[in-house]
Design a binder for this molecule. Structure first.
Ligand SMILES: C[S@@+](CC[C@H](N)C(=O)[O-])C[C@H]1O[C@@H](n2cnc3c(N)ncnc32)[C@H](O)[C@@H]1O
Length: 215
């Protein structure tokens, strides 16, 4: 086994306690013919901990799928926390609602269905505020998502962006010129140099970017 896989298995076995409900989201994705592209368990645990440590009260998630990451996030925030999750596909929303219901989290999670770019503009128009943000959707729009979520962020808010290695595609100079990997490279440049952000890229899962929003 290559080193990275050994490390991942070690972290998952020792540090991540995935309960039956979280496991059932993954089996349910398979049974329903939905894509198996949830965050991995160790990224879920990291988001859970970041939400808990930061005391987040109102989170925004872009990319719900089956609600796997949403469950980790909402559990990290505790019963006083609220999550607003954006999702384009109705069939993903239907499946996620079942999982969130079984997790007893439907009261804490609001799902907004449609194109995240459009919904984010509505949230900005409504002057909504969030103290925790997770971006895990179509990679090509990540740079725009960051620009928009920064308009919704409280000072001190935490921003998590998943897949910032993009399965290693950002390191292949030829491939990295294609739109999706180019967008992910741009995200790494934005996170590492934006005047309103202090950030790091954690090499867990497929690369988890974590930033703190300055005033
Ligand atoms: C990687 S999956 C999210 C996985 C989820 N965060 C988890 O770990 O359980 C990406 C999701 O983003 C959704 N998506 C893609 N483009 C979108 C868009 N423009 N607006 C809203 N959601 C979108 C997809 O339908 C998919 O469900």
């Amino acid at each position: 086994m290559e080193q990275k896989k050994i490390e991942q298995a070690y972290i998952q076995e020792l540090y991540v306690q995935e309960d039956d409900l979280l496991k059932s989201v993954t089996t349910g994705l398979v049974e329903n013919g939905l894509p198996l592209i949830s965050i991995p368990p160790e990224v879920g645990k990291a988001i859970y901990l970041l939400a808990k440590i930061s005391g987040a009260k109102r989170a925004l998630e872009i990319g719900l799928l089956g609600g796997y990451s949403t469950i980790w996030l909402a559990r990290g925030m505790g019963t006083g926390g609220e999550v607003v999750s954006l999702e384009l596909k109705e069939e993903h929303v239907d499946f996620a609602r079942q999982n969130l219901s079984r997790a007893g989290l439907l009261d804490q999670v609001s799902i907004l269905v449609g194109d995240a770019l459009v919904i984010l503009d509505q949230l900005i128009g409504n002057k909504e505020r969030f103290d925790f943000m997770v971006i895990d959707a179509d990679k090509i729009n990540y740079p725009l998502y960051i620009e928009k979520v920064l308009q919704l962020a409280d000072p001190g808010a935490i921003l998590c962006c998943d897949n910032l290695f993009f399965n290693g595609r950002i390191f292949n100079e030829k491939d990295a010129r294609n739109p999706a990997p180019a967008a992910v490279r741009k995200v790494n440049e934005i996170l590492s140099s934006h005047p309103r952000l202090e950030a790091i890229l954690f090499p867990i899962g497929d690369g988890l970017g974590v930033a703190r929003v300055k005033a």
